[in-house]
Every structure is written in C-alpha cells, then in structure tokens.
Design a binder for this molecule. Structure first.
Ligand code: UTP
Length: 728
C-alpha cells in the first residue's frame, strides 16, 4: 500500500533541480575503482576506462535517470505499508477504506495478484518486439520478391511461431512457398501454341524453363529452392534441403538478423493450424500467459524444443496443443473444442485442406466468452497437477473432442507412441509420435515436481528475503525438483538400511550415510571415469557426541537443507550456525549427523561434497557397447548388469574417444549429498549437482543419464541391486 506521505530521504546524493556539490567522480558511492585506473558504476553496471569518461558517464542521461528512479522507488518504499493476515477474498477497496482512517491511501497492490502479474510480464519479456516483427516482415518480402522472379505467381506465407501468437525472441521463421499458382501458370503457358518460343519472360527467364513443376518430385523442387536461396537471396547462409522430413523443408539462416528458418513446399495444413493457435490465443486473455509459462518451463526442464534433426522432445507445437487441450477440459472450459468451433464457423470459414476439415471462425470476437474464472497462476498449477498424473500412452488426447479417447486400433495410420496427441485437424497425425518413453515419463515427473512447488508458499508469496519466488523459481533449470536450489539438479537415491535408523551411522554392517556417500564417489570415479575430488575435510559429530571418521573420499560439512518436501518457505539458505549433534527423524527416532527434511523453515544439514569433472561422453552409446561386450547377449538395463561390465563400458567409451584426457573437461559440477529421511527399512539420500558454468544441453544429457544410472549403481555397489553382490 502506498500511504502518500512525503518523500523519504535519498541516501546517495539528491537528484533535484539544485546542483549537487561537485564531488570527485570516484568519491561517488556508486563508483567502484578497478585496477589500472578504471572504474565501474554499480548503479548502471558499466565500466569507464578513466576518470574523465567516468565523470562523463555520471553526468550522462542514463545515470541520472537511474538515480532519480532509485530515489523515487526508495521514497515509495518509505511510504508503503505491507499488510498480511487478512481474509482471502478481501477487496482492495475494503483495505483502502480501513487504512484511509490513518491517512490518504494512494494505491492498494494485492500480492496475490502479483503472481499473475509475473505471468503477464513473462509474455512481455519473451514476445517479439515491434522491430523484430518488422524485420521478419521485411525478410518475407525479400523472399517473396526473389522467388517471384523464378517461380512466377508463387506466394511466400509465414506460419508457426512468427505469426501464431506464441512468438518468442529468436524463434524460427517458418515459411510456406506456395507453388500451386506457378504450376497452373506453367501448365497453361505450356499448353498455349508457341509458348516455349514466344519469349514469354515469365517462362523463358525463369529457371523453370526446363522443369515441369507439376511432375517434379519434392526433392527436385527442394533443390530448386536451394539453388535460388544460395544464388539470389542476400545474407542467406547454411542452406540445405531436408527431403526426408515428414514435411520436406529447406533450412537456412540469415546472417544479418541471425534468424534461422525453414521453407516448406507442401504444408498448407500448417497455415490453418497456425490460424487456429492464433484464434485460441485471442479467445481468452489467459491463454498466452499460460502457453508462454509452460513453454519456458518445459524448455528449462529440457522437455520441449525443436532440436535440429528432431529428437525425443516435444515440439513447441505439440506442447502448445497440450496446453490448449488442458484449457478445453477445465470446468467450465476456458476454450471451446475444435468440434464446437466447427459448429460456430460461418459459410465463409468452411475449409477442407488435404481432405481434413479445417473450418473454424476466423474472428475470436465470434466466440462465446468463457464462464471459467480461474486465474492464470492457478491454471498453471492445475496444468502441472493434471499432467503429473496423466496416462499419456494409454489414451488419445483429442482437441477435436476436448477429451481423451480410446487409442485407435493398431493398423490405423495414427502412429501410436508414448504420448498420443492427435493433431486438431489432421486426425491421423500424432504430433508427439517422436516422444520416447523416457521423455514422456520425465514429463510426468517434472509436472509432479512443479505441481508440488506450486503448492508451496514460495509460489504464492513474494520472498521477504529478495529471493526468487513464484514463476521465477519454477523457471530455474531443475530447481523445482525437490531439494534443488537455483540452478542445481537433484538425484534421489534410496538404499536399504540394515539397521534401525538410530544406529545407521554407527553400526558397520548397515548402509549408513557414509557408505552411501562412498558408493556415490565410487560410481562417479571408478565406474564413470569422472574426476571426483572431496570437498574440505570436516568431521561429523554423532549422537553420542563422538566424532566419526569418514570414508576417504567423502567429506561432511554444514550445508543448507533442501526442500525435500517441496514446501519450505524460502529456497536453500546459506549455512547457519554450527552442526547440531542430533536431530529428530520423522518417525521420532534420532539420526546422528542428519536432520529431518525441512518443511517450514531453514535448518542446517550435514552433507558430503565433491568437486567433479566429466571428461568423456560416458553416457552415450552404453547400451550398444554393453551388447558388444556381452557378445551379442541381450543387453539388460543397469539394474541387471554388473558394475564390472559398466566399468568396461566406460573404458570402451574413453578408448574410443582417444584415451588421453582432453585439456579441458566436458563438464564441471559440484556434488553434495544429504540425508533426506527414509523409513526403518530404507534410507533416502539426495544428491545435488550444481554445474558451472550454467547448464547447457550437454549437462542435461549427462544429468538425465545419471538420474537413472546412479541410484541403481549405488544400490548395486552396496549389494542391494537385483542379483548383485556387495562390492565394497
Ligand atoms: P514448431 O514446433 O516449430 O512450433 O512448429 P513453433 O510454435 O513454430 O515453435 P518455434 O518456432 O520452435 O518457437 C512450427 C509449425 O509447424 C506446424 C505448425 O503450424 C507449427 O506452428 N507443425 C508442426 C505441424 O503442422 N505439425 C507438427 O507436427 C509440427
């Protein structure tokens, strides 16, 4: 709330009409001296090479504007009052009326709404700017001009994210080169008497003179397009035909703009599904924020995207359809089904393309407004809840019907897969046919983790400590997995506890935390050939107060406790206080050296930590190598093979890559393990990986491999895997 009293003090220097006393520029509290006489302005985050340029910067418009903005914000802060604890549903007007008794209330800002604000801001942050749109338009015009010279009558039509309402900075430029008019022109020109020798410029000067477009095969047409692009479109680079794609395309990039694009020669349906997506985005104002949020989340989780050459991830198109389906299935629905849209279509909207009915109204204003009143942020939470518990492989997601249907019979053209998502118009097309079982199950798991996070206070409430909250934390890679902090990735390892938890760390035969940590280090170092250097040595204090020595490659230290329940109030805290000798377990028994997972507040935890480096792509091609090493015997998953074999597989990969260590590792990460609870029979340890620098696709690939491999290998090493003998 903004109470509207006088402005508060500006602690730095006043920015007002009266000139501030001349200070030596380096005496400005915003200025930080740098080596070699350079300076940095902390406020504007710019460096100045010397004192005169620093002085110039401090007098400059940008610095002055930021200073007065800061002064304004600080003054606002002084006049604002944070109020909490009032009943859900209290109107802003009621608060204004109540606090009006103490002074003028200028504005009431409801925190609850800020989450939704984050979602709207997300759209603003990601969508194309006007300049970017203009640039795309200019490129389309350029392509149109050039292609028209060679293919008279042709049209270049954009589709996909540039024009479907779900655009994002740097998204592809998908184009359809419609050659149907050219084919007709060519046919009629050829049919005309003497046409070939008449000097008709459209036919003679074009590269078409010797080619009959109507009878040319798609690869031949693509080669023509490649030739035109390479020779005649300025700035176009990396042109190549992909004739084997489901919809053959020519790929290109544009040097000056950095844009990548595809040109299709046969994809009229895409024009209509693009129009359909656009209609959905315009039909309800919650659609775009939700789609943007889900797309960014899925990208950060490595679940969706359009990698070159395909891959097992959801395409952005498939992911968008999944969100639209979800909105069709709310009660009451946010969006109409495609069948309902067909009913609403007027005569002018009737359209059949390639045998598929693509009739729907072109104008969103003709649609009935939704009676659904859920907020975008609660819809996002519901999206995760619904798909966290969804059987993707056993039912057909139908946007046409707005409900799930039984799977089509085998033998029908629809390609069944781990995720069955029917195109809204081309009903025989599974838009998620490329998604493999692993990605589908990871989608479910990530949705469950995200749904759990959405139930936490952090999702709903602004952090009082200035930490990431709401969507911000949801979009950190891997951060919503239980226990992960910003930018870290979690692996949960469960192993048998041979002793009651109270004795776990003291009895030699059971698998206590120490043994599990030693097994983790063994798998990383000896099985996967990673470097694995223990962190700073510390000693663990047990229940009795006695110090326990730790395995050689394990170091225990105080570390923040993660969000094992996904419900903590703040993200991981910096270490506070000292180790506590004992803590309560969830079942009430004492567990030396570890604490029960935090639910509502920060606690410290004893952890083991390592600095790790990965030198070879030890996660790639393991299945094939296993098969070869077993001389053709059917390969089993890691839980059924020995660690000895896994060691040999890693060695083979290392040999194949040249045996010698490369000068730099492929990946570096800090790993820390912590006890996350468990039962009398099982212990759960969370291993957190924090990659440096920020994780890229390579780290994600490694992580997804390790997530499946490590728990089984650790169990195996401890003698708890199927048919395994203890190895330590
Ligand atoms: P994308 O998956 O590239 O979606 O498909 P996008 O929204 O353009 O996302 P970006 O470009 O990766 O950000 C592009 C278009 O291709 C058609 C759709 O029209 C989609 O909008 N398409 C894609 C299909 O018709 N069927 C498919 O299975 C996939």
């Amino acid at each position: 709330m903004d109470g509207g009293s006088g402005p508060g003090p500006e602690p730095v220097t006043a920015a007002g009409p009266s000139p501030a006393p001349e200070l030596a520029p380096e005496a400005d509290p915003d200025v930080e001296p740098l080596p070699r006489g350079r300076f940095r302005c902390r406020l504007c985050q710019v460096a100045a090479a010397n004192r005169p340029s620093l002085a110039e910067h401090l007098r400059g418009k940008k610095h002055q504007r930021l200073r007065s903005l800061r002064a304004e914000r600080r003054a606002q802060e002084q006049r604002s009052l944070f109020v909490s604890g009032f009943a859900r549903g209290t109107a802003a007007e009621e608060l204004a009326a109540y606090f009006g008794a103490f002074g003028e209330v200028v504005a009431v800002v409801m925190d609850k709404e800020k989450v939704d604000t984050q979602m709207e801001q997300l759209v603003g942050l990601l969508e194309l700017s006007e300049g970017e749109r203009r640039l795309r338009h200019l490129l389309v015009t350029l392509f149109q001009e050039v292609f028209s010279e060679f293919f008279p009558g042709c049209t270049v039509l954009p589709f996909g994210s540039s024009v479907n309402g779900f655009d994002a900075h740097g998204c592809d430029l998908d184009l359809l080169l419609d050659l149907e008019p050219t084919k007709s022109l060519q046919t009629s020109a050829r049919g005309a008497p003497g046409a070939r020798s008449s000097g008709d410029p459209g036919a003679e000067e074009s590269i078409l003179s010797d080619i009959d477009l109507a009878s040319a095969s798609p690869p031949e047409v693509l080669e023509l397009v490649v030739a035109v692009l390479r020779r005649c479109v300025p700035g176009v680079r990396r042109v190549r035909a992909v004739p084997t794609a489901r919809r053959p395309v020519v790929k290109f990039s544009h040097k000056q703009s950095g844009l990548a694009g595809d040109i299709s020669i046969d994809n009229r349906l895409a024009l209509h599904n693009t129009q359909f997506l656009r209609l959905c985005g315009e039909a309800d104002k919650r659609v775009r924020p939700l789609v943007y949020a889900v797309r960014l989340w899925a990208k950060q989780q490595g679940l969706a995207g359009n990698p070159a050459g395909g891959g097992p991830l959801l395409t952005n198109y498939a992911l968008t359809l999944l969100v639209l389906f979800f909105l069709q299935t709310r009660s009451p629905p946010v969006l109409p089904t495609v069948a309902r849209l067909r009913e609403l279509a007027g005569d002018e909207d009737r359209m059949v393309v390639a045998g598929w009915d693509c009739s729907f109204p072109q104008d969103a204003a003709l649609l009935e407004p939704s009676a659904n009143s859920e907020s975008p942020s609660s819809l996002l939470a519901e999206f995760f809840r619904v798909f966290g518990d969804f059987d993707f492989s056993e039912q057909l997601v139908s946007l046409r019907e707005g409900r799930v249907l039984p799977l089509p019979e085998a033998g029908e053209p629809f390609k069944l897969g781990s995720l069955n998502l029917q195109d809204p118009f081309e009903l025989s097309h599974n838009v998620a046919a490329n998604v493999n079982e692993k990605t589908a199950s990871r989608l479910g798991r990530c949705c469950r983790d995200a749904a759990k996070y959405c139930r936490s206070l952090q999702y709903c409430r602004k952090s009082t400590k200035g930490r990431g909250w709401g969507l911000v934390r949801l979009f950190k890679p891997g951060a919503v997995e239980p226990g992960a902090g910003a930018g870290s990735f979690l692996i949960s390892i469960t192993v048998a506890a041979a002793q009651p938890p109270s004795q776990l760390c003291e009895e030699p035969g059971g698998h206590g935390f120490k043994e599990i940590c030693a097994a983790i280090a063994f798998v990383l170092r000896d099985v996967l050939q990673c470097s694995c250097v223990p962190g700073k040595p510390l000693k663990q204090v047990g229940a009795s107060g006695a110090e326990h020595s730790l395995p050689q490659d394990t170091v225990l230290g105080d570390e923040p406790l993660g969000d094992a329940a996904g419900l903590e109030e703040e993200p991981l805290q910096p270490p506070v206080g000292s180790k506590r000798p004992q803590s309560d377990r969830m079942d009430g028994t004492a567990l030396p050296g570890a604490k029960r997972p935090r639910v509502n507040g920060p606690e410290e935890e004893v952890v083991a930590s390592w600095s790790c480096a990965v030198w070879h792509r030890v996660w790639m091609g393991r299945r094939r190598l296993r098969r070869q090493l077993l001389h053709g015997a059917s390969p089993e998953e890691p839980d059924g093979v020995s660690l000895e074999l896994e060691q040999k597989v890693s060695e083979a990969i290392v040999q194949h890559e040249g045996a010698a260590r490369p000068p730099e590792p492929l990946l570096r990460f800090e790993a820390s393990a912590q006890l996350a609870g468990g039962t009398q029979r099982e212990l759960r340890v969370l291993l957190r990986l924090a990659p440096t620098p920020a994780p890229g696709p390579l780290f994600r690939d490694f992580f997804h491999f390790l997530q499946a491999f490590l728990p089984l290998a650790v169990q195996q090493h401890l003698g708890w895997g199927p048919g395994a003998a203890p190895q330590s």
